[in-house]
Each structure stands twice: as structure tokens, then as C-alpha cells.
Write a protein that binds this ligand. Structure first.
Ligand code: GLC
Length: 552
């Protein structure tokens, strides 16, 4: 593959925006679309070619917009459809596309489709959601547990039936078996295509297909079986997705990236590439490296650098000939990467540079999450009530049920809460980090006086400027875009190194994940250093958390 025949989205950099936390222009304490428009030049300077906006549709905000009550409108908290059209137009002027988040596994329980569906068993939308009778003793139809904890079934008095929700009870699952439901969802996606969006991120897509027979799964200690284990990626799902592709994606110069926790590298060929349904798939194997057996926050396992290199390399191999890989270390569901991948006490500026070097030189499309380019870190609030994230509350309850003390459970919330990623953007050292003149919906990270865009702009050694150097390097080296990936030093527990080669040109990324000096093997020493995160680089060694790009 040469860089010339790659599509625009294979050569670009995507920036994920959590609009609620990006920039408030009204003083409401909540970010808005005009706030995104206001910072387009910042993103252009970072080399961004597409923005993935997490949901901005009307929503009761039980799960911060992932509970949608109208698929073809803008939530008034974020602005108006005009503001959206203005954002598309202003982004377009700067060569930036806007990518929408499609949440099609479930809607909000306040969506008019659900309001209708729950009225009785005979209305027009009666089977738009997944309804079942209670067991003879009145208990839920199966022992399934929702992803945020508790039964995946909620009783509805009006209909005298239970409805299924893979996530919160306010997020009832849509019934994809019903062709009218599928068509309504495809129509909504086409609505946004007409507005000129550049692509879609497709949320929680592995859950849309349910098993033919609803029966109990093997229970965990709480007596429930996770819906993830019971029906993620159920056979038959690809038929739905091929229809989705034919009726929405085909014929448009857009990209699609599906969120697919549980699709294994060997299955990727059915999902992406020539015979696949999406252009890219977000896998979880690297971000869940400490959770090989499911995501119970109090059961993280010890992992080694070689484990991380292995899972990343498997995904690289699976998409080497066919398909394409979205590289990411952060999103709105994960802790900040500098805390997630490095032990407590690590210099987070150095850690951020290490991860950036991988992110921007790996094969695939890099996805930067807001604040990652500034080296944002986790927060630690002193009570569970301070947390907004519904997932944190579910995990906290589960931990208490399993006998953990409040303070122990809170430690795991500190480490894994999704709110870590959702604190307001830190633009400056002014009030509320320049995010809002009102009271921010979520507290600003206390470190905003020293970690913010304005300060990093002026510091040539900042994380932000390291990102810019890497972006420039990427733009100037076709091998970093289309070149083959090869893992080097596979057994080394300190250094993550790989090469990228195209038409006889090779660049090598070598980063030190450890807090010790490490000697580089001889064949790294005679190469030219193109970029280094440390001043006064010694060609023979890597200092703790040093990141280096070599040529040759
Ligand atoms: C996805 C989203 C997450 C949301 C969930 C339910 O995993 O990324 O934020 O809570 O789906 O829609």
C-alpha cells in the first residue's frame, strides 16, 4: 500500500471532543457547540483533520448524552441546529470534518418511541423495544446484569412487562429485529449525512443483536450474569451491519468507526476492510490490559510492557493487509492515559510524551482525546457523591456488595472513573481554567494553573509542543502514514520499539516505559535521531521515560 492511494481519513488525525466539558460560551457551566467553533484554530494548529463529537442530541443526560431522546435535533444546552451548521461550515473552511456519535443500541426512556412503546402491548411501537413477561414469581425474565450494574431488566407498570437495557434503566435497548426500527435509525444517520458530516463513531454496536433464546447466563458472585458475556457480538449481528452500511455509509466519502469491545483481532476481517462493515473498529484489548477477565474495577491485574506490546501488535497484524486501525489511548470512558499506563508517582509530562510518540507514529489513524495533548491527569474526589459518572456509581455499589470498605472502593473509583476524562478543558490559569464563567458542571482539575493550553503554548518543552513536533514529523514522512509496522525488541520489558517502513525508508520509534536508564541495542545506536523528548540525548541510552524517533 502506498500513501497515495490512502483515503483522507487514513492520513488524518482525529480529535475527540466531549462538548459538555470543552468550552462554555454562555456561562451556563456546560460546554456548547459555539465553544467548539471558537477553538477550531487551536485544533487546526494541532494538525487535526476531523473532530468526533460525543452526542449533542437532546438528552436527559442520565449518561451524558448517550441517552438520546431525539436523534435529529441538537440539545438546547449545546445550542441550536444553526450553531451546528455554523460549526460544520467553519470547520470546513479549515479542512476539518465533523464526525457524529450514533447511539443506536438504545435510546433514552424519554424518547417518544419508548413513551409510545410502553403504553400497552398493542400500540404501533409496541415491539420497538425488547419486552418480556416476568417469571411466574414476578422476577425478571433472566439473570442478566446491565453494564452499569444491577438487573438489565426494569419492570413497567403500564405494560405489566419488563424491558431490557444493556446499560442504565433509562437507556432501553431498541429492537433491531424490527425492520421499522432499523429504518428509523438509518434515516436519522442519513439526516446527519445531509448536513455534511464527515463520518460516524458508532456506539456500543456489539450489543444490538440479542440471542434467539433468552436464558440465564452463568452467574457471578452477585447472582447475575453480565449482558456483555451473554450477548456481545452475537452471531447474526453482521447481517444488521451490512444493511446499515448499504443503506447509510455506501457511496459517501466518510469514515466509520465502531465501538466494539469483544471483537477479537482474528475476527476483525469480518468487521473492517474489503468485506467488513466499518472502516475502523475501536478495540479494547490495550486499554483493558489490566482487565483480561471483565471490567470489575476492583480486580485489576498486574500487566507487563510485553503484554501491551503484544496486544497492540496483534491488532496491527490483523489490519496490516486489509482494514485500518484507529490508535487511541484515551476516550471519555477511560482514565487519563498517563495514570492508566504508568505507576503512581511517574512524571506525567514525560509519560504523556512517551504515549504521544507511539500514538503519532503507529500505523493507523490517531485519535487524540481532549486534554490528552496537554498531558491531563486523573482527579481524586473524596466522596462518591462528587462523581457524576453513572458507571462509577454502579461499580462502587458492586464493590460494597463484594465487601470492600468505602475508602477502598473510592480508591478504585479514583483510578478508573470515567469522570477522570470528563473534567473541563484547561485553557488557561484564569477562573475555571477559562472553561466557563459560571459554575462548571464537573469540577476543574486542581492542576489547571500549571497544566493548560495557554502556558503550554509558550513552553517549547511542553506536552503540547511535543505533539506538534510529532504531527509535523508525521506530515513529512509518508512511511509514518502508509508504512508497514514491525515490532522490535519484542521481549524487552522497558523499551517499546517498532519500525515503520515504506519504499526503502524506515523510521524507528523507541520509548522507555521505565523509570530507569536503559541501554539501547547496537542497531539503534548508529541511526540518526530525528526527534527526542529529552534534551542532550545520549545515543547509547534512553533516560527514564525518554521517547526517541530514529531514521534508518
Ligand atoms: C459507550 C459510550 C459510553 C456510554 C455507553 C452507553 O460505551 O462510549 O460513554 O456510557 O456506550 O451508551
Amino acid at each position: 500500500m502506498t500513501a497515495e492511494n490512502l483515503k483522507w481519513w487514513q492520513k488524518t488525525i482525529v480529535y475527540q471532543i466531549y462538548p459538555k466539558s470543552f468550552q462554555d460560551t454562555t456561562g451556563s457551566g456546560t460546554g456548547d457547540l459555539n465553544g467548539v467553533t471558537q477553538h477550531l484554530d487551536y485544533l487546526k494548529n494541532l494538525g487535526v483533520g476531523a473532530i468526533w463529537l460525543t452526542p449533542v442530541y437532546p438528552s436527559p443526560q442520565v449518561d451524558n448524552g448517550y441517552d438520546i431522546s431525539n436523534y435529529t435535533e441538537i440539545d438546547s444546552a449545546y445550542g441550536t441546529m444553526k450553531d451546528f451548521e455554523n460549526l460544520i461550515a467553519e470547520a470546513d473552511k479549515r479542512g476539518i470534518k465533523i464526525v457524529m456519535d450514533l447511539v443506536f443500541n438504545h435510546s433514552s426512556d424519554k424518547h417518544e418511541w419508548f413513551l409510545e412503546s410502553k403504553k400497552n402491548r398493542t400500540n404501533e411501537k409496541a415491539d420497538w423495544y425488547i419486552w418480556r413477561d416476568a417469571k411466574p414469581d414476578g422476577t425478571p425474565p433472566t439473570n442478566w446484569r446491565g453494564i452499569f450494574g444491577g438487573s438489565a431488566w426494569t419492570w413497567n407498570e403500564q405494560r405489566q412487562q419488563y424491558y431490557l437495557h444493556s446499560f442504565a434503566k433509562e437507556q432501553p435497548d431498541l429492537n433491531w429485529e424490527n425492520p421499522a426500527v432499523r429504518q428509523a435509525l438509518f434515516d436519522a444517520a442519513n439526516f446527519w449525512l445531509k448536513k455534511g458530516v464527515g463520518g460516524f463513531r458508532i456506539d456500543a454496536i456489539v450489543y444490538i443483536k440479542k440471542p434467539a433464546e433468552f436464558k440465564d447466563g452463568t452467574p457471578d458472585s452477585d447472582g447475575l450474569a453480565s449482558v456483555h458475556d451473554v450477548y456481545a457480538n452475537t452471531a447474526g449481528i453482521l447481517d444488521f451491519l451490512h444493511e446499515f452500511k448499504a443503506k447509510v455509509f455506501d457511496g459517501h466519502d466518510i469514515f466509520t468507526v465502531g465501538e466494539a469491545n469483544s471483537v477479537k483481532p482474528e475476527e476483525l476481517k469480518f468487521w473492517v476492510g474489503n468485506d467488513g462493515v466499518f472502516d475502523m473498529l475501536f478495540e479494547f484489548s490495550h486499554v483493558n490490559i489490566m482487565f483480561p477477565d471483565g471490567e470489575a474495577w476492583h480486580k485489576p491485574q498486574i500487566w507487563k510492557l510485553t503484554d501491551l506490546k503484544k496486544v497492540i501488535t496483534e491488532s496491527q497484524k490483523a489490519t496490516a493487509q486489509n482494514g485500518w486501525y484507529p490508535i487511541y489511548f484515551e476516550n471519555h470512558d477511560k482514565p487519563r492515559s498517563v495514570n492508566h499506563f504508568f505507576p503512581q508517582g511517574t512524571d506525567t509530562v514525560k509519560a504523556a510524551k512517551v504515549l504521544a510518540a507511539i500514538l503519532l507514529t503507529m500505523r493507523g489513524t490517531p485519535f487524540i482525546f481532549e486534554g490528552e495533548e496537554l498531558g491531563f491527569t486523573n482527579v481524586a474526589w473524596d466522596s462518591i457523591e462528587s462523581y457524576n459518572d453513572i458507571g462509577s456509581h454502579g461499580q462502587f455499589q458492586l464493590m460494597l456488595q463484594e465487601g470492600l470498605t468505602v475508602s477502598k472502593a473510592l480508591k478504585f473509583v479514583h483510578r478508573f472513573s470515567r469522570d477522570n476524562a470528563r473534567t473541563p478543558m484547561q485553557w488557561s490559569d484564569k477562573k475555571n481554567a477559562g472553561f466557563s464563567t459560571g459554575t462548571p458542571w464537573l469540577p476543574v482539575n486542581e492542576n489547571y494553573k500549571t497544566v493548560n493550553a495557554e502556558i503550554e503554548e509558550k513552553n517549547s518543552d511542553s506536552v503540547l509542543n511535543w505533539y506538534r513536533k510529532l504531527v509535523q514529523l508525521r506530515a513529512g514522512h509518508a512511511e509514518l502514514i502508509g508504512g508497514d509496522y514491525k515490532l522490535l525488541l519484542p521481549d524487552n520489558e522497558e523499551i517499546f520499539a517498532f519500525s515503520r517502513s515504506l519504499n526503502g525508508n524506515t523510521l524507528i520509534t523507541a520509548v522507555n516505559f521505565s523509570n530507569e536508564k536503559v541501554a539501547l541495542p547496537p542497531d539503534f545506536i548508529d541511526k540518526k535521531i530525528l526527534l527526542d523528548s529529552e534534551s542532550g540525548a545520549d545515543k547509547n541510552i534512553l533516560k527514564p521515560f525518554e521517547a526517541r524517533i530514529l531514521q534508518g
